[in-house]
Design a protein around this ligand. Structure first.
Ligand code: MG
Length: 281
């Protein structure tokens, strides 16, 4: 099942995507669940969503996509998690996951423009696989980790590189408003049998700029969940962006930055394609 959040007729909603249509489940379930995060937090929320046959059906052209979870408690991002990307940065292979956070306001939905800020032209793409948590937990073991995953989505961890490197802390360069994207939907875990066999591809104006198998991840999904849940409680709707492979713009000669008018796509076959244009602030 593919589940998305969107705006229709000035109202925030969510529903199940089927080809070129999406159910307006929020129109029916909105009294019980104000958003997709609340659906995930309910033990039978996903079943109710799946069983909803009488929800109005919309064409995907009628909706404005929101980030899959528009209001997560937290978005945790993993830096330096693909071996080839670690090599291109010239850093040592880390012993522990490199983690930073992004605010909800730093992401736009699928088909919405990314914002290249006035403050910098060094606007880089980072195509990533995102995990959405379905079941809360702390001290989750690697062995039980996947029981806490609702599904998978795509993320562009758009980065303002000069601001990222002002200090050793990534926060500023990773949190410009509308600099990243998250979508188009989440694919429930039951539809993905072997996540490691899938390939992540990022395209800038149709040209492939990143392409790597998800099996190149240094810290795998179960390890990330075990590590993160050791210090914080993972909650339904929390997002973990698992890191970007090699090929980012900053390490090219000359650097390749996203600029107004560009089109950037992040694709994992079996999950979908997250597509955004770029606008100037
Ligand atoms: Mg990243």
């Amino acid at each position: 099942m593919k589940i998305a959040s969107f705006i229709y007729d000035g109202r925030s909603s969510y529903g199940v995507v089927d080809g070129d249509t999406v159910s307006d489940a929020g129109a029916v379930l909105g009294q019980c669940y104000s958003d997709l995060r609340s659906v995930l937090a309910s033990s039978n929320g996903l079943d109710e969503l799946a069983a909803l046959r009488d929800a109005p059906t919309l064409s995907v052209d009628q909706v404005q996509w929101l980030p899959v979870i528009p209001n997560p408690d937290k978005v945790l991002c993993v830096g330096l998690n693909y071996l080839k990307h670690i090599v291109e940065t010239g850093r040592e292979v880390p012993k522990h996951p490199t983690l930073f956070t992004r605010f909800a306001s730093a992401q736009v939905g699928h088909d919405q423009p990314l914002i290249q800020p006035k403050a910098s032209a060094a606007f880089d793409f980072e195509g990533e696989l995102a995990i959405v948590i379905g079941k809360s937990g702390r001290h989750i073991s690697k062995e039980n980790a996947l029981q806490h995953v609702a599904g998978y989505s795509l993320f562009n961890d758009g980065s303002i590189r000069d601001w990222q490197r002002h200090t050793l802390q990534f926060t500023a360069g990773k949190n410009f408003v509308g600099s990243g994207s998250f979508g188009p939907w989440l694919v429930t875990q039951d539809e993905i049998t072997d996540i490691d066999s899938l390939v992540l591809e990022t395209r800038l104006n149709g040209e492939v700029v990143q392409r790597e198998g998800l099996d190149d991840l240094l810290f795998k999904i179960p390890e990330l969940i075990e590590y993160i849940s050791t210090f914080t409680e993972l909650l339904p709707g929390d997002v973990i962006a698992t890191g970007t492979p090699g090929g980012v713009g900053a390490f090219r000669t000359p650097p390749l930055w996203m600029k107004p008018g560009d089109v950037v796509e992040v694709e994992v076959e079996g999950i979908g394609t997250l597509k955004n244009t770029v606008n100037a602030e």
